[in-house]
Design a binder for this molecule. Structure first.
Ligand SMILES: [Zn+2]
Length: 258
């Protein structure tokens, strides 16, 4: 089996995803160091106990996820589920790689780029082909979908492609010109999408104020699921790693209704 030096893989991922460019809520990169060489990676959305157990069962050397550990403002004590996850990882010499905002933003393999591909949205780009973005950290993407005339059409498309019924706020007949999207828990950036002239905003989750802001501005809002909208970045990144280094990479989807 082909393997690669763990540090070399970490350096390639950090550079490719421009990890140092982001102010994030967690450390990005190699969060837990395991075996010195990697030949088999399990990718997933979240480094949960269930994902770790599958990686161990399948004899993987590393786990590569969007949601890793060590979040800001989290209780740092090693107790309960936190202890279980860490103990499993260390006992099996697993490497844990995690990329949060850098994996949302990557122009090709990122969650936003991949969600656009899955939903059939066309990102707006500048003259150099760079996707047009807005909002805090430039995390919101802007684009359109000429085949989808209304908010109702967009909601149907989301339901079909993501395989789950989204939360939809707004008039189903509202015409769509500009669509904005940001995967995950980005409901707090709805106002930025409105400022950018979006007719509809897609993200993963919603909060109580989301409803009123959408209603009072007439903007369409689609809450399509945090997990459901972030399922595609880790997968695409994993495929890129497999292609680059010729090692084995498997994506494991552990469904999450949130
Ligand atoms: Zn997320």
């Amino acid at each position: 089996m082909k393997t690669i030096d763990t540090r070399e893989l970490a350096a390639w991922l950090d550079t490719t995803l421009q990890a140092s460019r982001f102010k994030d809520y967690c450390p990005n990169g190699l969060q837990v160091e395991g075996k010195p060489r990697v030949g088999h990676i399990i990718t997933g959305v979240t480094a949960s106990e269930a994902l770790l157990r599958i990686a161990i069962e399948r004899g993987a050397d590393a786990v590569l996820v969007h949601h890793g550990w060590f979040w800001k403002n989290e209780d740092p004590r090693v107790r309960g589920p936190r202890r279980t996850r860490l103990a499993l990882t260390l006992a099996h010499d697993l490497n844990l790689f995690a990329y949060h905002l850098p994996l949302d933003a990557h122009p090709e393999w990122g969650n936003n780029a991949q969600l656009a591909r899955v939903l059939g949205l066309t990102p707006e780009r500048d003259a150099d082909g760079v996707p047009l973005t807005c909002g805090s950290g430039d995390l919101i993407w802007l684009g359109n979908a000429p085949a989808l005339a209304t908010l109702g059409d967009l909601a149907t498309r989301v339901h079909e492609r993501l395989g789950r019924q989204p939360l939809v706020i707004g008039d189903a007949d509202r015409p769509l010109h500009r669509i904005a999207w940001c995967t995950g828990g980005a409901q707090g950036m709805l106002a930025d999408a409105i400022d950018a002239g979006a007719d509809a905003y897609i993200t993963g989750e919603a909060s109580e104020p989301t409803f009123h802001l959408a209603r009072e501005t007439g903007t369409g809002f689609i809450g399509a699921g945090h997990h459901a909208t972030e399922r595609y970045g880790a997968q695409a990144l994993g495929e890129a790693v497999a292609k680059q280094f010729g090692i084995q990479v498997e994506f494991v989807d552990i469904d999450n209704p949130v």
